[in-house]
Design a protein around this ligand. Sequence first.
Ligand code: SAM
Length: 428
Amino acid sequence: MDDETQTGLDEAADDAVAGVARAGLSEELVGEIRRRVLDEPGLMRVTQVARRGGQVRRVSLRPLQLKGVRQFQQESTAGGRIVVRNLDPVEAGAAVAQILDQKGARELHLVTAAGDLHVRVTRKGKVLLSRSKPLARTVEEAPAHDHVKHQPLQAFDADILLRVIGIADGEGRIRASMRGKYDQVNEFLRLFDAIVAERAADAGPLVLADCGCGKAYLTLAAYFYLTRRHGLDVQVRGIERNAELVATARRMAEDLGVAREVQFLAEDLATCHLAERPEIVVSLHACDTATDEALARAVEWGSRVILCAPCCQHELQDELKGGGPMRAVLRHGILRERLADMLADTFRAQMLRILGYRVTVMEFVAPEATARNLLLRAEYSGKPGQSQAVGEYLDLRDWWQVRPCLENRLGERLGRYLARLEARPPHA
Ligand SMILES: C[S@@+](CC[C@H](N)C(=O)[O-])C[C@H]1O[C@@H](n2cnc3c(N)ncnc32)[C@H](O)[C@@H]1O
C-alpha cells in the first residue's frame, strides 16, 4: 500500500466502515472495481491474493499495449508457478469476474492514477475497505512494450519472462548467479537489431532456431524481444537432446502463453527435423562439437544468419600435429587448449566463408559474463567458393595436419570447392 493509503484498519473497527458486507462484496463495490479495472484510463494494476486450504493463489491484471491495441496482462501464481496470459478486453472482463467471485479469505489491491483501493475479506467473511485519498499520479495509459532503454531486456516489459525462466527472483531482481547469463542473452538480443533492420518488410514470419537451447533462456528471450520490441511475427524452435530440459522449457513456454509460437524438440541436432527452414540460427555454448553440428545444420537449412558462441572444444586438441616452429606451443596443456580453441574457431569461420557467408568473429559480451565470450556472426552473401577463402583454409589445415570436425560434417558441400586447390603440395 502507498504512503498515502490509509492504513490501520483492523477487524475491531470493521463494523464502522461504510459498505461493509459479511458474506461477500456489496454490489456497489463489485461495480466500482469492475469499472475501475476495465474502464478507468489510469489503471495501473489490480492484484488479489487468496488463501484457501493452505494454498496461496495470487492473480494480477494490468494494462498493456500490444501492437498498438490495449490489452491486459494476467499473471497468476499458484504452487510456485507463474502463468502469464495476454487478454483482450472481453477476456479481461471474464478474468475480473473470476477475481470478484473468489471465495474465502482474500485481499484485493487496486492501484490507479486516481487512487488506491484495498479490500480485505477475513476468514469469517467480513469485508474491510480502505482507500487512499484522491491522487493524481502520472502514468502511461497503457505501458507500451516499445520504450527503449539501455538493455534489450529493458526495452520491453520483461519482468515476468525473467521470473519464469529463473533469471530474476520473485521480486524481479536479477539473481546474482544469473547475472552472467542475463548479460549474455542481452548481448545476443542486441545483435538482432541490425539483422531485423535488414529484413524486407514483406519477408513473412521470422523462423529462428536455437541449437542446444538448454534451459531456454535465450530461446524464450529471443521470442519476446523480436515480438515485443520489434513487432515481428515470429516462430522459435529450441532443439535440445536432454528430454528433462525440454520438458521444463515446454512448461515455461506454456506458463508464458507462447507454447504455440515457441516449440521445443527433444532431439539431437544431427538428426532433428524442422518443418520450417529457420532464417536465423542461434547457438549459445552448445557443448564441444555440438557447435559444429549447429553450424552444419544452419548451412544445410540455408539459414541467412548464424549467431554462434562456441563452448569448450576438445576434439581438435588431441589432433594437432605439424605446426612447424609453433609445435612448442603444444608442450603446454593450457596453451594447447587455447590454441586449439582459436584454431577451431578460425577453421569454422573459414569454412563458412568458403560456403558463401560473410563472417565476423567478435567478443559478444564482457569476459566477466563468461570466459567463452567469442561469437561467430555469419550472414549469407551468396558468393561461395572464393579461392582466397579456400586457399587460406587449406594452408592452415595442412600446416596443422588436421581435419576439423565441420569439414567432415560438411564434406560434400565443401568438397567441391576444396578440390580445386587441394591438389597443391601441403605446407611443410
Ligand atoms: C552448455 S549448455 C548451453 C545451453 C543454453 N544454450 C544456454 O546458453 O544456457 C549446452 C546444451 O547443448 C545441449 N546439446 C549438446 N549437444 C547436443 C546435440 N548434439 N543435440 C542437441 N543438444 C545438444 C546439451 O544437452 C546442453 O543442454
